[in-house]
Design a protein around this ligand. Structure first.
Ligand code: G3P
Length: 219
């Protein structure tokens, strides 16, 4: 399974991509606002740091507006993916952009019906938001299961990006289901490395190593 970082924080991306485990990046207007950087400059820097796909979201109510933004983004770097909203106009934009060779990621997907339309439109990626569904007492991960079943049944090539991830458990569940990608905030990426027993074990081994070295010297 691929793991993307869901952030526009260039310093975080630089630090975490040094692990060699960051397969791509997703951004949205909220994340760009939080990063407090010029949109274009931040994206160009990110695209240099990460060789995998970098999703960039435009704003627009019509396919024409969304296509215009996406064509502009695609000029910034070769690994840009155009993120478009889950609307009929968004999916019209997907058909146009994919034909032009600009990969698309359809965002704000909350139902299996929507995900079916995304795949039929030929999008490269579909981004269901699991955390936001959990927030309204629906099961985000159940939706992922449904989408993967539908995509498998028809051998759709659209890849599922599990988005709006709130915990390492979401990532593990996504991996068990065979989701293609999970896009995770940097805090969750860091948590995936951690276990308190690992820390405790390392501490104990370090102590024992020092004690053994001291013992050997005294013999
Ligand atoms: O990838 C989509 C993600 O940015 C939304 O996450 O936490 O705002 O629901 P969240």
């Amino acid at each position: 399974m691929k793991i993307f970082l869901d952030t526009a924080d260039v310093d975080k991306i630089r630090a975490l991509s040094a692990t060699g485990l960051v397969d791509g990046i997703t951004t949205n207007p909220t994340l760009i606002m939080k990063a407090g950087r010029d949109h274009k400059q931040a994206i160009i820097e990110i695209c240099k740091l990460v060789k995998g796909p970098v999703s960039v979201e435009g704003i627009g109510n019509t396919a024409e507006e969304l296509v215009k933004d996406a064509r502009e983004f695609a000029k910034w770097a070769p690994n840009i993916v155009a993120k478009v909203p889950m609307t009929a106009e968004g999916l019209k934009a997907v058909r146009i952009l994919e034909k032009e060779g600009i990969p698309t990621n359809v965002t704000l997907v909350f139902s299996a019906g929507q995900a079916l339309m995304v795949a039929k439109a030929g999008a490269s990626y579909c981004s269901p938001f699991v955390g936001r569904l959990d927030d309204v007492s629906e099961s985000g991960m159940h939706l992922i299961e449904e989408i993967l079943d539908i995509y498998d049944a028809y051998e759709f090539e659209t890849q599922v990006i599990v988005a709006s991830v709130r915990s390492p458990t979401h990532v593990v569940e996504a991996a068990k289901m065979g989701a293609h990608i999970a896009t995770v905030p940097p805090e969750i990426f860091e948590k995936l490395f951690k276990h308190p027993l690992t820390d405790k074990g390392i501490e104990q081994f370090a102590k024992d190593y020092a004690a053994a070295a001291k013992g050997a010297k005294n013999k």
